[in-house]
Design a binder for this molecule. Structure first.
Ligand code: AMP
Length: 182
């Protein structure tokens, strides 16, 4: 069994995607965090998967830490019920707080913002600035084309096997849960 963590930083979409399963996944993960007393650290919005995740955690008795830049409060609708809503000045501060406060990182389906956030923690791990686990939830094979591209980078020898080994993927929430509970 993986060592128990007390906080998890989650990167995910500010939009809902084309299938309600994505929001259900985010809500169920939030619920699981609540049930396992793991604090949720995320971008602080209430739209799309981010909102579903925060509601899933909050509505089931969990602890939500949202970190949102002042300039994005109107656009991403800050999750006012969060036990801690940290309003920062810049996007860099947001990521710094998100990276500092979580003991591990999990990526759910998302767009450019999600990828930007997770690739920062991947590259910082590669450079030795942290050694926290980095996970992907490859629900509905969402990230499979990205993993193919990562293999392509490896074939071209721009990254190594060791670099690839720094990220770990789960096919669905069931496998993620088993990883922690078995
Ligand atoms: P998206 O995956 O594009 O829906 O974005 C998910 C979240 O990432 C949103 O809350 C965005 O505001 C956030 N985001 C996008 N780019 C950055 C960035 N450079 N630094 C911090 N957060 C970002």
């Amino acid at each position: 069994m993986e060592r128990k963590i007390q906080s998890l930083t989650v990167f995910c979409a500010a939009r809902s995607g084309n299938n309600s399963e994505y929001e259900s996944l985010a809500y169920d993960l939030g619920n699981w965090l609540a049930k396992n007393q793991i604090q949720l650290v995320y971008g602080g919005g209430s739209t799309g998967l981010m909102g579903a995740l925060a509601r899933g955690c909050f509505e089931n008795g969990g602890y939500v830490i949202g970190i949102i830049p002042e300039a994005l409060k109107a656009r991403e609708l800050e999750f006012k019920k969060a036990q801690e809503l940290i309003v920062v000045s810049t996007m860099h501060e947001r990521k710094a707080q998100m990276n500092l406060r979580g003991e591990a990182f999990l990526t759910l389906p998302g767009g450019f913002g999600t990828l930007e956030e997770v690739f920062e923690v991947i590259t910082w791990k590669q450079l030795g600035f942290h050694n926290k686990p980095i996970y992907f939830l490859n629900h509905k094979d969402y990230f499979t084309p990205l993993f193919e591209f990562i293999q392509h980078m490896k074939s071209a020898q721009f990254i190594s096997d060791e670099d690839v080994s720094r990220i770990q993927s789960f096919n669905d929430l069931q496998n993620w849960k088993k990883h922690w509970e078995n």
